[in-house]
Design a protein around this ligand. Structure first.
Ligand SMILES: NC(=O)c1ccc[n+]([C@@H]2O[C@H](COP(=O)([O-])OP(=O)(O)OC[C@H]3O[C@@H](n4cnc5c(N)ncnc54)[C@H](OP(=O)(O)O)[C@@H]3O)[C@@H](O)[C@H]2O)c1
Length: 359
């Protein structure tokens, strides 16, 4: 059955794959686009990712504007949407509180209001840091009473992107609860390229890590032998997201999308280095020292890294039993993360480094 879907962030990395996946299933996808004139390019990309381009339409708008900046005519068309996928985000390191809040928090609230008002299911993409309760506690968030959070202090501690993602989660849940809406949230780990093609975009955290390794800017492994950067492949993730959206049992539920087989950071770098004929750094550098070094702007520029990104490298392990049960129940197979890493490294080396933006 073809279902009308509205997607924010459909031109982004995860969004492109989700739109391709949903359109291949026969659904009609309306994508919120700041630049609707780029619809043809998006359709082309959707086609190249295995989707059905003619099922994809643009809705001109912007998360930062009242009513998402949409025309009344588009707003009427969107009333048909049964599912609203919210993936739109301003992602960059070093964002101010004001910048990141305007898009990520206010935008999430606007999308949550739209979905709740018209009784569509809202499927939000959060992030796995929301499932790291020790980390939340450390930075001053109690998930059972988020209204007590001193948000400016959280932003100062973790930076604009992560601070706004955390605040957006609770703010959107609040809107949904006040409006009596229906929400499902998927919390991905850092997203790895497609498990078979390695497809990934420039600007993704993993692309930058691989680029730094290739360009010799990563001379030591951040953290200890215990540290890891939890990953999930983009194809596994979008399959989970799509299935969540149509599963009545997922109403009001949250799902952590993280591959617990992700190797530690040292081994991750070895997997990336291998197909490119590179050497893995032998030594480790403590995260505290690296953070200190990255607080010196010329060093951060030289190493092409930002202290904010280091929070995602951690020693916490996560309980993925619920994910395994969900994936088994729906027959979703988890790809081999090591192979996916090797394909991603090859893709980044071929299409992202020195080539500008990969499509
Ligand atoms: N990638 C990861 O490793 C990762 C991990 C955990 C969670 N997530 C979450 O997953 C979601 C998608 O991430 P992603 O990596 O696919 O993001 P991405 O590639 O950076 O794409 C961001 C998307 O948001 C859109 N956008 C940005 N500002 C907007 C605005 N003001 N109005 C409307 N649209 C706007 C962009 O549209 P334009 O084409 O106009 O720029 C683009 O489609 C986000 O919620 C992110 O926090 C990602």
């Amino acid at each position: 059955m073809s279902v009308e879907c509205f997607v924010t962030g459909g031109t982004g990395f995860i969004g492109q794959h989700l739109v391709a996946h949903l359109s291949a299933q026969g659904h009609t996808i309306r994508v919120l686009m700041r630049h609707p004139e780029r619809l043809l390019a998006l359709r082309e990309q959707v086609r190249s990712l295995g989707g059905v381009a003619t099922q994809v339409f643009a809705v001109a708008g912007d998360l930062e504007r009242d009513n998402l900046g949409m025309s009344l005519a588009d707003r009427e068309v969107l009333r048909q949407a049964k599912i609203v996928f919210h993936l739109g985000v301003q992602f960059a390191w070093g964002l101010s509180l004001e910048q990141s809040r305007a898009v990520n928090v206010e935008g999430a609230k606007r999308v949550a209001l739209l979905a709740s008002e018209q009784k569509s299911r809202l499927v939000m993409i959060g992030g796995y840091m929301l499932k790291n309760h020790e980390h939340l506690q450390r930075i001053g968030i109690d998930p059972s009473c988020p209204e007590l959070t001193n948000w400016p202090a959280v932003y100062r501690r973790v930076g604009g992107y992560e601070g706004s993602k955390l605040e957006a989660h609770f703010a959107a849940l609040d809107v949904v609860s006040n409006e009596g809406g229906d929400v499902t949230i998927v919390h991905p780990a850092t997203v790895c390229g497609h498990s078979r093609t390695g497809h990934i975009l420039n600007g993704q955290p993993l692309t930058e890590l691989i680029r730094n390794l290739v360009q010799g800017k990563l001379s030591a492994v951040p953290g200890t032998i215990e540290h890891w950067l939890p990953l999930v492949t983009v194809d596994y993730l979008v399959e989970l997201v799509a299935v969540c959206a149509f599963d009545p049992a997922m109403a009001g539920q949250e799902l952590l999308a993280l591959d617990e087989q992700t190797p530690n950071l040292r081994e991750l770098l070895t997997q990336v280095a291998q197909p490119l004929g590179l050497k893995t750094p032998k030594h480790h550098i403590s995260l505290r020292l690296l953070k200190l070094l990255l607080s010196i702007p010329p060093v951060a520029r030289l190493l092409n890294a930002n202290a904010e990104s280091l929070d995602f490298i951690q020693t916490t392990r996560f309980d993925t039993a619920a994910l395994e049960q969900f994936a088994n129940r729906h027959g979703i197979a988890k790809p081999d993360i090591r192979q996916a890493l090797q394909h991603t490294a090859t893709f980044v080396n071929s299409y992202c480094i020195g080539e500008g933006r990969a499509g």
